[in-house]
Ligand binder design. Structure first.
Ligand SMILES: *[C@@H]1O[C@H](CO)[C@@H](O)[C@H](O)[C@H]1NC(C)=O
Ligand SMILES: *[C@@H]1O[C@H](CO)[C@@H](O)[C@H](O)[C@H]1NC(C)=O
Length: 263
């Protein structure tokens, strides 16, 4: 997967940059060696054919993304689900860490709750942070950190760790590092909001922001993955969350998984 993406991306970048290097090479060399010109034209045509055949998938992704103005954001879903999470976790909602894009909005909302301390990790960047968000960063409440690496927190620092729109962008190799990290910093549990396969993502910017399109996995994929990595479902929490959802006629737009912390 990675190996096939890299050359395509490099080639596309050249084309998007407006320069097809073969053309200029052709001009300077054409007088000295006609054979070289022919060869370069052939190579050029092959490269162009390769770009067009290889970028089909990405073109579709972009099309999907551009339609996605009203698409799904699991971070927004976290905000909608906060009252239900309170029902499911009660006292375990005292110290909460949220990880995901637009974490400032989730953290701000959590901080308005009584008896709730909240922190956030923004996995990518904060280019368009508002004043409130900048202030959260200044206070160290929100941090920008690459979740492919260790998180800057001690074990069991938080009751609950909630993650949204972030794991979808990680390959299994990185998930293998990141998921245990999330479980490590949580004392009472881990709640994962992940997209459904085929779902449109909310932001056009998402593709460039994350460097690769989200890989939306089925619930059976995730469950198999959790079993493999020895993460167990917290059935009590899952049940309470579901009951509260039914009571309020709430149907999440994202898959929600309730996992135990490590013991
Ligand atoms: C991830 O970890 C699981 C369980 O330890 C292992 O079976 C699997 O091969 C790993 N996957 C990758 C891509 O490293
Ligand atoms: C499961 O969630 C409940 C809250 O619903 C919590 O009290 C309990 O400690 C969790 N269980 C484990 C094993 O983490």
């Amino acid at each position: 997967m990675n190996m096939s993406r890299r050359p395509v991306n490099a080639a596309r970048r050249l084309v998007e940059g407006g320069s097809i290097p073969f053309a200029s090479a052709l001009h300077s060399k054409s007088r000295s060696s006609p054979y070289l010109s022919v060869l370069l034209i052939l190579v050029g045509l092959l490269v162009i054919a390769y770009i067009y055949s290889g970028s089909g998938g990405s073109a579709n992704d972009r099309e999907a993304l551009s339609k996605a103005e009203g698409g799904v954001s699991c971070t927004l879903e976290v905000q909608k689900a906060l009252p239900l999470l309170k029902k499911a976790y009660g006292d375990s909602m005292h110290k909460v860490l949220h990880i995901g894009p637009d974490t400032c909005s989730v953290v701000s909302k959590l901080l308005k709750e009584e008896d709730t301390e909240a922190w956030g990790v923004e996995p990518y960047d904060l280019d368009d942070a508002d004043a409130n968000c900048k202030s959260l960063v200044r206070k160290g409440i929100v941090r920008v950190a690459d979740i492919k690496f260790s998180l800057p927190y001690r074990s069991k620092s938080f009751n609950l760790v909630i993650v949204s729109d972030a794991l979808d962008y990680l390959s299994p190799r990185y998930l293998n590092k990141t998921l245990p990290e999330l479980a490590r910093v949580s004392a009472d549990g881990l709640v994962i909001f992940a997209g459904y396969p085929g779902q449109h993502r909310a932001k056009l910017a998402e593709l460039s922001k994350f460097g690769r399109p989200a890989k939306l996995r089925s619930s059976s994929w995730w469950i198999r993955y959790f079993v493999q990595t020895s993460l167990e479902e917290n059935e009590t929490a899952a049940k309470k969350f579901e009951q509260a959802s039914i009571k309020r006629s709430y149907k999440p737009d994202c898959q929600v998984f309730h996992l135990n912390a490590y013991h």
